[in-house]
Design a protein. Structure first.
Length: 278
């Protein structure tokens, strides 16, 4: 496999996305970001469960069996000499007449992109430096927890991170409550308790977040409590980290003039992830 991204649309290799396309026009679709290890997608069942929730939330046909077949087809063509790659699986509402209203009784498009990764995902990323995004996430409970394709808030926050030369941004909602980072979920360690923001109004329910809540944290003797959290809660925490599909967990080392050098829980969770790889 070359170092460039490769694309497939509905099972056929493509060089360009045919237009019109509702993901381009409206961000009308959902997607999953999967980490591939030697051609094997990690935690695929969890990704497809969330994909199903997203399709239901957007009132799109449940095309997961077709998506599963196309993922398997693409995986069978990959050269696994590169041990790590990232797959983006997108399900896009079928093109229709001009305007917002979708076409009726049409099968969604399934777009797959695979990009090799040079980073060794068996090594935990170094402690990150963060800032607080100036943009606030809009509350929309109907879209909370799913990974829909409209990501302008994250794009603006990523621009800020680039300008300030930091690794990530903490994202708050309109009520000044913690939600997430740009690409991942937040966890705080306080008084022996592991906390993560509630995701009832906005935010994405990550697959690694689910693994931490259901499996990895209990395995190291911690229970996770979902709560409404604020910046003062974060700043008074003993340890902070975030999770996502490509980094699994990454410790936070700095926010402004607040530093964290204790990453014990993050280290222990990453070891549990490595055990699942073996």
């Amino acid at each position: 496999m070359s170092q460039e991204s490769a694309f497939w649309l509905d099972g056929t290799s493509i060089k360009a996305l045919p237009l019109p396309d509702r993901s381009v026009d409206f961000g009308d679709g959902v997607f999953e970001t999967l980490l591939l290890h030697r051609g094997h997608p990690l935690f695929l069942d969890m990704h497809f469960t969330r994909l199903g929730r997203g399709l239901k939330a957007l009132a799109m046909p449940d095309c997961r069996p077709a998506a599963q077949r196309q993922v398997e087809q693409v995986l069978s063509t990959l050269n696994t000499a590169s041990p790590w790659a990232v797959m983006r699986l997108s399900v896009i509402r079928a093109p229709g007449p001009r305007g917002y209203a979708p076409a009726q009784h049409q099968h969604p498009r399934i777009l797959i992109c695979v990009t090799p990764m040079e980073r060794d995902c068996t090594k935990m990323s170094p402690a990150a430096t963060l800032t607080v995004a100036t943009i606030r996430l809009a509350a929309q409970p109907a879209l909370a927890q799913i990974k829909h394709m409209n990501r302008l808030e994250q794009v603006l926050a990523a621009q800020q991170a680039q300008a300030e030369q930091v690794d990530e941004c903490f994202l708050l909602d309109q009520a000044e409550q913690l939600v997430s980072v740009i690409a991942g979920n937040i966890f705080l360690v306080r008084a022996g308790e592991l906390l993560t923001p509630l995701l009832v109004d906005c935010g994405v329910a990550g697959t690694r977040r689910r693994m931490i809540i259901e499996k990895w944290a209990p395995a190291i003797g911690l229970q996770v409590r979902e709560a409404r959290l604020t910046l003062p809660d974060l700043q008074s925490s003993e340890e902070v980290f975030y999770s996502n599909s490509l980094q699994t967990v990454r410790p936070v080392g700095r926010l402004g003039d607040r530093y964290w050098d204790n990453h014990d829980v993050c280290d222990a969770l990453f070891r549990r992830y490595l055990e699942d790889l073996s």
